[in-house]
Design a protein around this ligand. Structure first.
Ligand code: A2P
Length: 336
């Protein structure tokens, strides 16, 4: 049966990638609506030869669609997701609004997608934080083999994870810096061009970690294993697209490197890179515009047989956001 779909935040960084996927992923969708703030209402967006007029969320009738993908931030999710559900519309929300709510599924289809098969729609489903999705795609096959006890991860997160205004800020600050002009700061409280911002977001929480850092712990425990001990140090870096992560982990069982690599190579959406002639994996050569999660620079720990170190990178707007949500939507449509 054909369905109707709304993309809330369709004018934003993730929303636009989601719209791109609708051109290539064949879904039985009879009508697509694009919704944003009143600032964008009336603008036109091209999709498969037709021009869709952006609608103002304040006047939008959620009973006119079966599914809505939300990527418009926490406040919009808080205000409209339950309203949409009460109108019979299933919401896939990309914000952090509901991720920690026990009753709301937090899904990476390759890791815990079977939860989707048990849902009775309409529902609200949360899409994980972008740094978490790529990390758990790499961790899942290792966890299945050797049971991961502890993970220490440092992230190098691109500005597109913050949204389109942050992309514009990095562009402008980079030009102004090279032209010796005054640097304006709107999105981040410190200069992002040619700089590194520890914590990736502000403010810090009471325990000294930023919410961006704690999201990784909370979400990995909810999706992969409630007992996993994960600590992260997040940073925002002057990269436009693609998050990089340096991962150090410890397992209960001893790691057999060849077995681990072959299991990771079989895992859907994961690719191992080991070309030593380049600095791989990296955001520009590998991640930007790709649907895959790349793992490279795999190193056995120098001292312990149950520890391993590697890099994970992926396009944060894709597997980290729009692609993961598209996969959720596909599975829901197939099931219903
Ligand atoms: P708009 O373009 O009208 O501001 P990004 O994550 O790249 O910053 O994009 C955020 C998305 O969420 C945009 O599509 C933006 O629409 C939308 N958005 C932001 N605030 C609101 C709001 N109050 N109501 C509806 N949509 C919103």
């Amino acid at each position: 049966m054909s369905k109707k779909l709304a993309i809330v935040g369709g004018t934003g960084a993730v929303g636009r990638v989601f719209i791109e996927y609708l051109k290539t992923h064949q879904l039985p969708i009879e009508e697509i609506k694009i919704v944003a703030s009143k600032r964008s209402a009336g603008k036109k967006i091209d999709l498969n030869g037709s021009s869709i007029v952006v609608e103002n969320i304040e006047n939008f009738d959620f009973s006119s669609v079966n599914y809505a993908f939300f990527s418009a931030g926490t406040e919009v999710a808080k205000k409209y997701a339950h309203l949409a559900k009460s109108c019979g519309c299933t919401v896939i929300d990309n914000s952090s609004c509901f991720r920690r709510e026990e009753s709301i599924p937090l899904i990476i289809p390759e890791v815990n997608g079977e939860i989707l098969d048990t849902l009775k729609l309409p529902e609200i489903i949360s899409n994980p934080n972008c740094s978490v999705s790529q990390l758990l795609i790499a961790l899942k096959p290792i966890h299945d083999l050797y049971k991961i006890k502890r993970v220490d991860v440092a992230t190098y997160q691109s500005v597109s994870g913050t949204g389109k205004d942050a992309i514009d800020e990095l562009t402008k600050q980079s030009k102004d810096y090279l032209d010796n002009k005054k640097i304006e700061k709107k999105v981040y409280s410190s200069q992002i061009a040619f700089n590194i911002l520890p914590g990736a977001m502000r403010p810090k929480l009471d325990n000294g970690y930023t919410e961006e850092e704690m999201k990784m712990t909370w979400e990995a425990q909810k999706i992969l294993d409630k007992d996993i001990q994960l600590t992260s140090s997040c940073a925002r870096v002057p990269v436009f697209y693609g998050h990089s992560e340096a991962v150090h982990l410890e397992t209960e069982l001893e790691i057999d490197l060849n077995e681990m690599i072959s299991k990771m190579n079989e895992f859907p959406g994961l690719e191992i890179l080991d070309d030593d002639s380049k600095f791989l994996p990296n955001p520009i050569d590998n991640a930007e515009g790709s649907d895959l999660v790349f793992v490279g620079s795999i190193r056995k720990d120098l001292w312990q047989k149950n520890r391993i170190n590697f890099w994970v990178i992926s396009d944060n707007l894709r597997k980290g956001a729009a692609l993961n949500s598209m996969q959720i939507l596909k599975r829901l449509i197939e099931n219903n």
